[in-house]
Ligand binder design. Sequence first.
Ligand SMILES: C[S@@+](CC[C@H](N)C(=O)[O-])C[C@H]1O[C@@H](n2cnc3c(N)ncnc32)[C@H](O)[C@@H]1O
Length: 274
Amino acid sequence: MGFYISNSLIETYRFRSKSRKIEHLNGRNGNTGLTAFVMKKIIEMIKIRDGMFIMDVGCGDASFFRMLLEEKPIKKNLTLIGVLPSEEEVNRVKKYIAKKFQHLSRFPSILQSKADKLDVPDKCCDLLICNSVLHGNGQTLSDFKKALVEFNRVLKTGGKIYIGELPDVNEMNGKNYGNSLIKWLIYLKKEQGFRSFVRGILNIINSTISTEPFVFVPKHMFYISNNDLYEIMRYHGFQMISKNRHLEINAAGEEIESKTRWNYLAFKNADFKE
Ligand SMILES: C[S@@+](CC[C@H](N)C(=O)[O-])C[C@H]1O[C@@H](n2cnc3c(N)ncnc32)[C@H](O)[C@@H]1O
């Protein structure tokens, strides 16, 4: 049996690192096509130059770095550091990278650290990516602010920061199923249709007869309006460059705008002082 109740985002992914499918470390219900699409969009949006020191905080299965390293022309002398918060996730991803990145000229390093305490020196980083992490179930405004203080510390002045998939509304609204599997299945049928309902049943069966993790996540998440985010970023020493609605692909493979999530690109223009 693989049923777990999680009290934080870190714990959720610690449990998910037991999954047979590494793509579950990216969220998105393990949809690898969607993850590839999202990573491609990030690479298009940020300008990566030779010699950069890049950190991906909350890097999941390191899909971002894999796509970056597969890009032509190959960028030279990059320092790539993927950050994951739990030992279990770090070990899982390190093993995966050793196999899956073999065809590439270099590997990223995987560092066990948390967004609010990154084990790297001050002002070492040219570009910091943090996609689909800071809002996750269990996260709070206080966690978000602590992460910004730390991002400011590790970034060089002028260094860029990409914060992706940050919602401006509470995506948990209407999800009143608590930790009840029956209520969750009823929610899936009503809100997402028959296919999701069947997928839900299959997931439950799978976690009943195997150790595949089924995680009950915390029921609160962090979300913030564009205006409030601009204000908080400014306070923490960042100037916004751009914002755009997050793009996804639907079941028909069409590009669609997320109704809830935004992507932000900013740069550090001042050291943070309390
Ligand atoms: C939804 S996945 C996103 C993975 C990847 N960034 C992507 O967009 O595909 C969230 C990732 O953030 C990590 N994470 C959760 N809390 C974190 C924290 N406090 N600091 C750093 N990483 C964290 C999780 O372990 C997981 O790898």
